[in-house]
Design a protein around this ligand. Structure first.
Ligand SMILES: *Cc1c(COP(=O)(O)O)cnc(C)c1O
Length: 484
């Protein structure tokens, strides 16, 4: 295959893409494959001779799509969405075609300058002050690791970089148990360790108690340890929990801690002014991560890290051997200084396309719809005495249980979830609250419509009634046909 074949093949794949999206509603959301099904179909060794691309593409169509879980399916309600708005798909095609490495200004001038501007656009769109600049990381996990490494080195006056951690004071960082597991991973990778990631207790609203945080820091200081930073939860993964960011940061700042806000999912909603009360105080953080891949339509990889003092992070992460001395005397940022891998994709183009094609108002409309539809669904479940809402978030996320009178709610809830996901019309995630199983529902796919969200009630009701004999005769049946 030559580059000159691209025009024909891009058209064919463009048609395939449109058809794929057109037919998503008729497909099961979760792959209905068994482990090993695909492995058996793929030869054990790479081919010696070339294969015509027609045959490769035909095999792709035969084997792959049906064995995938469809993240862009309008009834994907599991995990968090991994959105890919049509405008972002186009931008990604361009990015793939140019395939540039955006590590330095000199290796990618337009990408570097567009990245700077897109960080500013997002900052303005979510209502943060101009003192934030930042970068686009590959993932929130990387952004949080970078922030935690910066916490560590700042508290060690950058001695860890040269001398390692042996013989240093014990570094302590603080977070609530509602945070994403990427914080634990960062504590491990940074050499701080699980034991020094202090899980500060939360209150009945699932927010970290500022008083408990103060106690923990004071205790650690008294024990000769070194409190370095705080990770705040703005939209926890399991329950959508929010710390009371202003009060909690105020305590951390008294002790000189570096503060990072994980708003990977919920940060997108801050483009709607009415939700900003949820992260009040985020403007006093040092670092904030927001994933436009989750709820703003710009697909993987695109995770914006906003920073008030990027110099602290570049002092921690920048390394310049001879071959990276690009003679950069032009005052422009070399974004590799703010991250871990050297190579970087042209991520900013996706945000540029998405912001311009939909406008902030288009994105706000989408998020408001998702929130309102999920609330309406939650109210339908509240009105049904056989279901219990366990946790509820002001954004598009809640957890529930199937708890009909006289039944064992734990095992019924688990069975119901398995049946839902085997059925294929919708896809939800299992979770736990206080050690007991719950079913977690969130909506955020670009293509999802009100009827998709509301169908969750009918499908859940139908499958629940199939499990128990307590089903009443007025049982509703969903009019969405079962996928084949
Ligand atoms: C999804 C998520 C992450 C991890 O995001 P990646 O970009 O996949 O690393 C971290 N924190 C929160 C709150 C999330 O929702």
């Amino acid at each position: 295959m030559r580059y000159s074949d691209l025009s024909e093949w891009s058209l064919r794949i463009g048609r395939w893409a449109a058809q794929y999206h057109d037919t998503l509603r008729a497909r099961p959301v979760r792959a209905q494959t068994a482990p090993g099904d695909i492995l058996r179909e793929i030869p054990a060794h790479a081919p010696t001779n070339p294969t015509p691309v027609d045959i490769v593409f035909a095999d792709f169509e035969k084997l792959i799509p049906d064995a995938m879980t469809h993240w862009q399916h309008p009834r994907f309600f599991a995990y968090f969405p991994a959105n890919a708005a049509p405008a972002s798909i186009l931008a990604e095609q361009i990015i793939n075609t140019m395939a540039c490495n955006c590590m330095l200004w000199q290796t990618s001038p337009a990408a570097t300058e567009l990245e700077q501007r897109m960080v500013e656009w997002l900052r303005g769109a979510v209502g943060l002050p101009d003192r934030f600049t930042g970068t686009i990381q590959d993932s929130a996990t990387t952004a949080t690791l970078c922030a935690i490494l910066t916490m560590r080195e700042r508290s060690l006056d950058w001695q860890g970089l040269s001398h390692g951690l042996t013989g240093q004071d014990v570094i302590r960082i603080y977070a609530s148990p509602e945070n994403h597991s990427s914080i634990i991973k960062a504590a491990r990778i940074s050499g701080i360790g699980d034991a020094n990631l202090v899980q500060v207790a939360t209150d009945s609203q699932l927010a970290m108690c500022p008083r408990r945080l103060r106690q923990a820091i004071e205790q650690d200081l008294a024990a000769g340890m070194r409190p370095a930073g705080l990770v705040l939860c703005a939209g926890g993964t399991a329950n959508g929990a929010f710390d009371r960011i202003a009060d909690t940061i105020a305590v951390a700042k008294e002790f000189g801690l570096y503060c990072h806000v994980d708003a990977a999912w919920a940060g997108a909603a801050m483009i709607c002014p009415e939700f900003r009360y949820l992260w009040k105080g985020a403007e006093s953080a040092d670092s904030i991560v927001i994933n436009p891949t989750k709820w703003l339509g710009a697909q993987f990889d695109c995770s914006v890290q906003l920073l008030t003092e990027p110099e602290l992070q570049s002092r921690t992460l920048s390394l310049r051997p001879e071959y990276l001395q690009s003679g950069n005397q032009n005052g422009m940022t070399d974004f590799q200084d703010l991250t871990i891998p050297l190579g970087r994709r042209f991520r900013a183009l996706k945000l540029w396309f998405v912001f311009r094609v939909y406008g902030v108002s288009g994105l706000q409309g989408m998020i408001r719809n998702h929130v309102n539809w999920v609330k309406a669904l939650e109210n339908k479940l509240i009105a049904d005495p056989e279901f219990e809402i366990v946790t509820s978030c002001p954004l598009a996320l809640f957890t529930f249980r199937y708890a009909p009178k006289g039944g064992d709610a734990d095992s019924l809830t688990t069975r119901l979830l398995n049946n839902i996901n085997d059925d294929g019309r919708i896809y939800l995630t299992p979770s736990q609250f206080k050690g007991r199983p719950v079913i977690r529902m969130t909506a955020g796919t670009f293509s999802c419509a009100e009827s998709d969200v509301m169908s969750v009630y009918d499908i859940v009701r139908e499958l629940a009634s199939e499990i128990t004999s307590t089903a009443d005769t007025t049982q509703q049946r969903s009019d969405i046909p079962k996928p084949v």
